[in-house]
Design a protein around this ligand. Structure first.
Ligand SMILES: Cc1cc2nc3c(=O)[nH]c(=O)nc-3n(C[C@H](O)[C@H](O)[C@H](O)COP(=O)(O)O)c2cc1C
Length: 200
């Protein structure tokens, strides 16, 4: 049960989502002692944002491809290979300005590739990746999920659904900026949920 851990907090290891991811990894190693755990820290090693030249490289035909375009393609292939070779993925997802961190969005943008990770059909796009569990550890200063105003979760469901990955599990740590008591309670509940998810 090899695990890919993707972190995107700008606070590196000090981010609440990063710390929840560490708890997740501890639980995972307890459950699957032989598991390989790969980590991609998107703040320490940012994925470049898409621009016209990167998009051009991703769509370039093999024969006329430049060295620079091939390098972009190799890099995107490497990101995708980490996803396809994992048995499960844990995404540490802070909420920044109501959305996912731009670092995480840039990573997602490199995974969505027509003809590679999904294809267009007459009935709409179809994912080409094998389904696998994706655990989303959502850290927020305020309360959205519990208030029925969570726009991150539908986006992530739609995105991974495009690739064919529908087994998403959300763990929410909300209200982290609403006082120390609320924060400690939210983190304790999230950690409990993580433990029960992995045992199950
Ligand atoms: C730039 C920035 C923007 C934020 N925007 C939001 C927001 O829109 N809604 C919210 O509930 N919390 C917001 N927060 C609070 C974070 O969601 C919270 O601190 C959470 O712990 C971030 O995860 P991290 O600690 O793993 O980075 C924001 C924090 C920062 C630094």
């Amino acid at each position: 049960m090899n695990l890919l851990v993707v972190k995107s907090s700008v606070f590196a290891g000090g981010g609440q989502s990063s710390m929840l991811a560490e708890k997740f990894v501890q639980n995972w190693r307890d459950q699957y002692p032989d598991a390989e755990v790969a980590e991609r820290d998107l703040s320490a090693h940012p994925v470049p944002h898409l621009d016209a030249s990167r998009i051009g490289a991703l769509f370039s035909a093999p024969d006329g491809r430049t060295v620079e375009q091939q390098a972009v393609l190799d890099y995107a292939d490497e990101l995708l290979a980490e996803v396809t070779s994992a048995d499960a993925i844990v995404l540490a997802v802070p909420m920044y300005n109501f959305g996912v961190p731009s670092q995480l969005k840039a990573w997602l943008d490199h995974l969505a590739r027509a003809g590679v990770s999904f294809k267009y059909t007459e009935t709409g796009p179809v994912g080409l990746l094998q389904d696998k569990p994706v655990y989303i550890l959502a850290a927020r200063g305020g309360v959205y999920h519990a208030a029925g105003q969570d726009y991150q979760a539908p986006f992530l469901r739609q995105f991974f659904g495009l690739l064919g990955i529908t087994s998403l599990e959300f763990v929410y740590a909300e209200g982290l900026n609403m006082g120390e008591d609320a924060k400690q309670q939210a983190l304790a509940e999230a950690e409990q949920q993580i433990a029960s998810l992995i045992v199950a």
